[in-house]
Design a binder for this molecule. Structure first.
Ligand code: ZN
Ligand code: ZN
Length: 327
């Protein structure tokens, strides 16, 4: 099969690699589309040469491994939860599969991802799309599951005033879920005009260019979706007493903060990463019912040969929303 693999110099190269084959309990998928993610930018430098990245994808079943339980028919379309876990530990039982000690991350070094014509995943990581869902949108289930997990970690409820910092994909899908959950006011913060405009399309009621402009003490929930360190004091300032702050952006930089202000407001700070299988099912149900429309998240579709250009566009914020690679 053809795959875009990581090569030295921080680039991808399309090359022929052996077809993967499904073992017991596994499915062989023909990848329909795979999204680029901000975390791919941060992770690529650490990936060994030859890695097939891509962790936001959906595909069509073209093979079922031997001794595989369940009703898995060739031709069906699925979305992939890109964390293959053991299925037997307490974390797997609770649904927090990312915390399984034996988890293998798909497309981030653990097992081959979606920037390839074919991929193998376990049946536990495959979530059937309903006929109402465009198979292309299977690749958008993952980013909307990130938004749902962020919204739930921040305990966003109907009537809440929510500040979403960063209007990249995580911010946009968090805004979509805040709206779906009945938030009253959703303020989006982003320095890039193209992203502020996208935030408004996704349901933001107002937009700001920096978090310092937010009205102090006026938000029930502050969601950090930009991966920028050093803003925690500003989030505490923006939050109401007993407000919830949820950090979903990825950064390795330290975040010092003044605990006194947080103490006097009794804010709580949570962190959100990945999602649960139940959240994947909730996203698919929301796509099916129309509660969430995934289409506006799609920026454009490219082929495997355009992976480097798409990656550069993402890194330079030249596009808003998801660029999907269709191998
Ligand atoms: Zn991602
Ligand atoms: Zn486990």
């Amino acid at each position: 099969m053809r795959a875009a693999v990581v090569v030295p110099g921080g680039r991808y190269e399309v090359t022929e690699v052996p077809d993967p084959s499904p073992g017991p309990g596994e499915l062989l998928l023909r990848v329909t589309a795979c999204g680029f993610c901000g975390s791919d930018i941060k992770a690529r430098a650490a990936m060994p040469e030859g890695t097939v990245m891509g962790h936001e994808f959906g595909g069509q079943i073209v093979g079922v491994g031997p001794d595989t339980a369940g009703d898995w028919r060739e031709g069906a379309h699925v979305a992939v939860l890109p964390a293959l876990s053991c299925g037997g530990c307490d974390w797997c039982a609770s649904g927090y599969v990312i915390h399984c000690p034996r988890v293998r991350l798909v497309g981030l070094g653990g097992t081959g991802g979606g920037f390839a014509e074919l991929a193998v995943v376990t049946t536990a990581a495959a979530f059937p799309l309903t006929p109402d869902i465009d198979p292309l949108h299977g690749a958008l289930v993952e980013p909307f599951a990130v938004g749902l997990h962020t919204a739930r970690t921040g305990r966003i409820e109907a009537g809440d005033d929510v500040l979403v910092v960063g209007a990249g994909t995580v911010g946009l899908t968090t805004i979509a879920w805040a709206r779906a959950l009945g938030a009253r006011r959703i303020t989006a913060v982003d320095p890039a005009a193209i992203r502020r405009a996208a935030a408004e399309r996704f349901g933001a009621t107002d937009v700001l260019t920096s978090v310092e402009e937010a009205t102090a003490g006026s938000y029930d929930v502050v969601a950090e979706c930009a991966g920028r360190a050093g803003l925690l004091d500003a989030f505490v300032t923006a939050a109401r007493p007993r407000g919830r702050i949820v950090l979903a952006g990825v950064t390795i930089d330290a975040t010092p903060f003044q605990s006194w202000a947080a103490l006097m407001k009794e804010v709580s700070v949570g962190f959100a990463v990945y999602y649960t299988p139940e959240e994947f099912r909730t996203v698919i149900a929301a796509f099916t019912s129309g509660l969430i429309d995934p289409a506006p998240l799609l920026a454009r579709q490219v082929g495997l040969g355009e992976v480097n250009e798409a990656f550069d566009d993402l890194a330079q914020v030249a596009a808003s929303g998801k660029i999907l690679v269709s191998p």
